[in-house]
Write a protein that binds this ligand. Structure first.
Ligand SMILES: Nc1ncnc2c1ncn2[C@@H]1O[C@H](COP(=O)(O)OP(=O)(O)O)[C@@H](O)[C@H]1O
Ligand SMILES: [Mg+2]
Length: 363
C-alpha cells in the first residue's frame, strides 16, 4: 500500500510552535522506509499520525488514493511495534500472538494458521507455549513482531523496536527484519535515531531535524551526496570533517590556509559562483590518502594525537599546526605512531562543498 503525506503539520495543543511542518513524502508500496533523526525531532509524532494515534493538524495523509486523516486507528489496517513491546505476562506466546485476532473474533482455524505461520517465519515455534518471562529479550521482541504480523496489515509501523536489545542481537535482528520484509513485502515505516539501522535496512531514508525533512532518498545518496551539512555530519562514522574557508581563484582555501583543494572539473563550474565567498568543505575520514614522497596536488601535514584501533580500521585523531582536528580512517594493518607527523592528501572525487551561510550542498 502506497502512503502519501502532503504538507503534513502537527501542532500539539498548548504548544506555541508546530512540532512538524511541511512534511511531504511518498512511500511506495513494498518500501521499507526509515524515518531517521536525533531524539526530539518529531519521528514518533509523525508515526503516530500515520497510525491514527495523533490527530493531524494540517495536510493530507493518503493510503493509496484514500484520505485517512479522519479514519479511526482501528480501521486503518496498520500494525505497530513499539520500543517497549509490553507482552501480556500471564499469557503464553501463542495467546499473545493470537490476541488481536481473538478480539476480532476470527475463526480458531484461521488464528491457528496465522500464528503458526508467523512463528515459523520468526523461528519461535518451539516457544509458543512459553510465558514471556521464560524467553530472552530478543525472542520477546520477535513475539511482538509476530503479534503485529498475524494481523496481515497493509502498513507496518515500527518505533525504535530494536533499541532495547544489546548490540549483537540488534545486528542479528536487523538482518532478520530485512529478510522478513523481503518475504512479506508489506510497506513498512520504521523510526530510529540509529544511522546504522537506517543505512542497512532502508529502501528509502527520510532524515529529519527539528520537525523538518532534511533529505529523503536511497541510503547511498545520503552517503555520497548529502543535501546539507546537517545530513553530512549525521550520516557516516566517524563524523565527516568540515573545513571552513572560501573559494579563491576557483580553489578552496581554508581560513587557516592549511587545507587547499582543487575541485574536480565537473564541480568547478558550480563552485565558481562562490568566488570570494564563504564555503564549507566536507571530507569523510576514509577519503584521505597518506603521501610519503614528493607531494602531488593538495596535501597537508598533521600530527597524530590519539589513535583508536578498531580492528579492520584505525581512526587517527590528528591535529593541524594551529590545533584544528582532522579525523582520518586508515586500514587497521598499517602502522601509525602517536606523536609522529604525517602528510596526507585526499581523493578529488571526495570533496563535498556547502554554502557556509545556508549549509546547503553546492556541487
Ligand atoms: N503529547 C505531546 N504533547 C506535547 N508535546 C509533545 C507530545 N509528544 C511529543 N511532544 C513534543 O514533540 C517533539 C517531538 O517529539 P517526538 O515526536 O517524541 O520526537 P522523537 O520521536 O523524534 O524523539 C518534542 O519536543 C516533544 O516534547
Ligand atoms: Mg520517539
Amino acid at each position: 500500500m502506497k502512503v502519501t503525506l502532503k504538507d503534513i503539520g502537527k501542532k500539539y495543543e498548548g504548544r506555541e510552535e508546530f512540532t512538524l511542518r511541511n512534511i511531504n513524502l511518498e512511500i511506495e508500496d513494498k518500501d521499507f522506509c526509515v524515518i531517521l533523526g536525533p531524539s526530539g525531532c518529531g519521528k514518533t509524532t509523525l508515526l503516530r499520525m500515520i497510525a491514527g494515534l495523533n490527530s493531524i493538524t494540517e495536510g493530507d495523509l493518503l493510503f493509496g488514493e484514500k484520505r485517512m486523516n479522519k479514519v479511526p486507528s482501528k480501521d486503518r489496517d496498520i500494525a505497530m511495534v513499539f520500543q517497549s513491546y509490553a507482552l501480556y505476562p500471564h499469557m503464553t506466546v501463542y495467546d499473545n500472538m493470537a490476541f488481536s485476532l481473538n478480539m476480532r473474533r476470527e475463526r480458531k482455524s484461521v488464528i491457528d494458521e496465522r500464528v503458526r505461520e508467523a512463528a515459523e517465519l520468526l523461528q519461535i515455534t518451539s516457544y509458543l507455549q512459553s510465558k514471556p518471562s521464560d524467553i530472552s529479550g530478543g525472542q520477546r521482541q520477535r513475539v511482538a513482531l509476530g503479534r503485529a504480523m498475524v494481523r496481515k496489515p497493509k502498513v507496518f509501523l515500527m518505533d525504535e523496536p530494536l533499541s532495547n536489545l544489546d548490540a549483537k542481537l540488534r545486528e542479528h535482528m536487523r538482518v532478520e527484519l530485512v529478510r522478513l520484509h523481503k518475504s512479506l513485502g508489506t510497506t513498512s515505516i520504521y523510526v530510529t535515531h540509529d544511522q546504522t539501522e537506517a543505512m542497512t535496512m532502508a529502501t528509502k531514508i527520510v532524515l529529519m531535524n527539528e520537525g523538518k525533512i532534511q533529505q529523503d532518498g536511497k541510503p547511498e545518496e545520503f552517503y555520497n551526496r548529502p543535501a546539507n551539512i546537517f545530513v553530512a555530519r549525521f550520516i557516516g562514522s566517524p563524523t565527516m570533517n568540515i573545513f571552513e574557508g572560501k573559494i579563491e581563484n576557483g580553489r578552496f582555501v581554508s581560513n587557516d590556509s592549511y587545507i587547499k583543494a582543487e575541485p574536480k572539473p565537473e564541480d568547478k563550474v558550480k563552485v565558481s559562483g562562490y568566488e570570494g565567498k564563504r564555503v564549507s568543505l566536507g571530507i569523510r575520514a576514509e577519503r584521505f590518502r597518506r603521501v610519503e614522497k614528493e607531494p602531488l596536488g593538495d596535501t597537508f601535514e598533521c600530527e597524530l594525537d590519539v589513535m583508536e584501533m578498531l580492528g579492520k580500521e584505525k581512526i587517527l585523531f590528528t591535529k593541524l599546526p594551529n590545533g584544528q582536528d582532522i579525523t582520518i580512517s586508515v586500514p587497521g594493518y598499517l602502522d601509525y605512531v602517536p606523536g609522529n607527523k604525517y602528510m596526507f592528501g585526499f581523493d578529488l572525487d571526495a570533496l563535498h562543498f556547502f554554502d557556509a551561510e545556508t549549509g546547503l550542498r553546492i556541487n
